[in-house]
Write a protein that binds this ligand. Structure first.
Ligand code: ASP
Length: 357
């Protein structure tokens, strides 16, 4: 009996010891477990878009307009998702997605492009693929229905990176791209915006001291952009714009400039920017996001945030960007009141936003 009691006590003691060993925290063991724990798996594919940043506020929005913009963004996401789901390339997804936004009068690209000071539409676009850092861009085209396709054609079918004006149009026609009568780009709301800008110009001049703009007057953007990650792990990025209302002298912004408005590298991320182009050029915004990830090991969110909400804010540059890394992580920072933006991931996750959350 005494022997049985002794055995039982030993057994209880052993069990207690084991239990304590597993419940007591061992930092080394926890660290190993955390390292071995599977991180969130990368989605099979992902995509992020923007439709411009600027004075986008609920009080300036009608329900009809909001519904129209949302429908156009959903249609753009659908177009890209169909490509990615079927195993198509990130480059095809970017081009097809941007076509939809270029066809919509809601965005400052293609059909909805803003007017220059001379009352015409001059459009810019750029395109970059992340597996080879190949890039193409066009600036100041007036008759290309889909400027983004002009940029992609420069990437794929020329030895150059950036073509402009008549030469870019000539090249695009030789590649069989669709042209339209420049009147196609006339829209009432953009024409009215130019008239308002011309009226306001006198006031604006009075607010400029030397080269420093003291107050930013009703600058609305609306450029479109897309970054996609395909099932093969490749990234591509594209940006398309009419530039800024009332621009002169064949002004080019950041949108046709690789490294400023667009960048893509499979090793880091794809980026497309929107905002006051002159600042995005001066601070090489798209490349800076890539560089912070490449040389500083920053996450895509931290890199994008630092550039938009620190560098640009300190310098007075307004706008935002979308970025997507090769693991499907999305960043969409902006320092304006709003930015039309959306993303989707394999598995059905899809979100569209207009304002600050
Ligand atoms: N970044 C464009 C430009 O400066 C404008 C925009 O994003 O809406 O041309």
């Amino acid at each position: 009996m005494a022997m049985r009691t002794l055995l039982l006590c030993s057994l209880i003691l052993l069990l207690c010891t084991c239990d304590r060993a597993t419940s007591e925290s061992d930092p080394e063991a926890e660290k190993t477990a955390a390292m071995e724990a599977p991180s969130t798996p990368a989605p099979e594919y992902a995509m992020v878009i923007h439709g411009g940043a600027g004075t986008i506020l609920p009080e300036n929005m009608t329900p009809e307009r909001a519904a129209g913009i949302k429908a156009a963004m959903n249609a753009a996401l659908d177009a890209g998702e169909a490509v990615l789901k079927a195993g198509g390339s990130a480059a095809d997804a970017v081009e097809k997605t941007i076509w939809v936004m270029e066809d919509s009068p809601h965005f400052n690209a293609g059909k909805g492009a803003v007017f220059t000071n001379a009352g015409i539409n001059e459009m810019d676009a750029s395109f970059m693929t992340g597996h080879d850092q190949n890039a193409g861009a066009i600036g100041g085209v007036t008759n290309l229905k889909h400027p983004i396709s002009g940029a992609r054609a420069v990437l794929e079918k020329s030895e150059h990176v950036l073509l402009s004006g008549k030469g870019a149009e000539e090249f695009s026609i030789l590649q069989g791209l669709e042209t339209v009568d420049p009147k196609y780009f006339w829209t009432e709301h953009r024409w009215a915006a130019l008239q308002r800008a011309l009226e306001g110009e006198k006031v604006e001049q009075e607010k400029i001291e030397g080269n420093r703009i003291i107050e930013e007057i009703d600058r609305k953007y609306g450029t479109v952009g897309c970054v996609a990650l395909d099932k093969s792990g490749n990234l591509a990025a594209g940006t398309s714009t009419g530039g800024m209302t009332n621009k002169r002298y064949n002004r080019l912004g950041d949108s046709p400039l690789i490294g400023a408005g667009t960048y893509a590298d499979n090793a880091t991320c794809g980026v497309s920017c929107t905002g006051w182009g002159e600042f995005f050029i001066r601070y090489a915004v798209a490349y800076d996001v890539h560089a912070r990830m490449a040389y500083g090991n920053a996450s895509v969110q931290d890199a994008a945030d630092a550039v938009i909400n620190k560098t640009l804010v300190e310098k007075g540059g307004t706008g935002g960007l979308i970025a997507l890394d090769a693991k499907g992580n999305v960043a969409m920072p902006f320092n304006t009141p709003g930015m039309y933006r959306a993303y989707l991931k394999a598995g059905g996750e899809r979100e569209i936003f207009f304002y600050k959350e």
